[in-house]
Design a protein. Structure first.
Ligand SMILES: C[S@@+](CC[C@H](N)C(=O)[O-])C[C@H]1O[C@@H](n2cnc3c(N)ncnc32)[C@H](O)[C@@H]1O
Length: 272
């Protein structure tokens, strides 16, 4: 034994064991978390799309969600801020889709932009309206479901902003929404859109539940609209995208992709 090895005190090895134990416990906890999340995934193959929408909407409209989002008053990240600074002029008109309790309305309004906003949750809209009034910002609001008809005229906006494309489902409804978004945007207008990329979860889109659900969906009464990448997160549907899938949806709605930030989950679309 060398003299340096002899000098390592016993407490050093005790510390190493504690570090190793924590690593082990973390791995076990990760596995437990995965198993605990499984039952709610089953809801997506049992519910109809209408029932999934009802559960998601009830979640977003609940007091705890509305109160939580009403506390937000900052850019979520530097990327979001940088994109708005680069692509939105300070004087244009912007439609903030799925605006929640008004975080983006306040941020865009304070830049001097004329903001119109919508969300399908009446609770979120009431909170967003109250916050805009408190801040003396002349924003206008509507309760509207992005998976239904949008209540806006053609060529009405210079810009569109949506940070929750992953909440829309299934694919045909997302494309229908994008086509409507294209119509309400002025030619040359810019659409900043955020989405959850599939790489965030290694189990998406090829987890074992995906394999099972894609087989079950062939038979009634299972949800035929289930798609690879659909996940249930606390009763809310979130669709995680593969890049080719998302590019196909943008293309079908005739948007040109001006900037593609796949890792950060943002795209900048333009109407030619
Ligand atoms: C994560 S919150 C984000 C709120 C806001 N954009 C922000 O970043 O602070 C998602 C919002 O999307 C809304 N939402 C989800 N699906 C929607 C739909 N189909 N139509 C309209 N709004 C929807 C929810 O009600 C909720 O307010």
């Amino acid at each position: 034994m060398t003299s340096s090895a002899r000098q390592i005190p016993f407490r050093y090895y005790v510390g190493c064991s504690l570090v190793a134990l924590t690593r082990l416990l973390r791995r076990v906890l990760d596995q437990i978390r995965r198993v605990v999340a499984l039952p709610e995934q089953l809801a997506l193959i049992i519910w109809t799309p209408r029932e999934i929408a009802r559960s998601s909407k009830a979640n977003w409209d609940s007091c705890s969600y509305v109160r939580g989002y009403a506390r937000l008053d900052q850019w979520l990240d530097a990327r979001e801020f940088a994109l708005v600074e680069r692509y939105f002029s300070k004087s244009g008109s912007v439609l903030n889709l799925a605006c929640g309790a008004g975080r983006e309305v306040l941020l865009l309004g304070r830049r001097g932009m004329s903001v119109i906003a919508c969300d399908w949750s009446p609770g979120m809209i009431a909170e967003a309206r109250r916050r805009a009034e408190d801040a003396k910002l002349p924003a206008r609001f509507a309760v509207a479901d992005l998976m239904q008809d949008l209540p806006y005229a053609e060529n009405a906006f210079d810009y569109l902003y949506l940070s929750g494309y992953g909440y829309l489902f299934p694919r045909w409804r997302r494309v229908r929404f994008l086509r409507q978004a294209y119509l309400v945007l002025k030619p040359g207008g810019v659409f900043i859109i955020a989405f959850p990329p599939a790489r965030e979860d290694p189990g998406i889109p090829a987890g074992p539940s995906e394999w099972l659900f894609m087989r079950l969906r062939r038979w009634a009464p299972f949800n035929r609209a289930y798609e690879p990448g659909d996940r249930c997160v606390g009763g809310t549907l979130v669709h995680y995208f593969r890049s080719a899938e998302l590019a196909g949806e943008f293309q079908e709605a005739e948007f040109l992709v001006k900037e593609w930030l796949w890792d950060e989950g943002y795209a900048v679309l333009v109407k030619l």
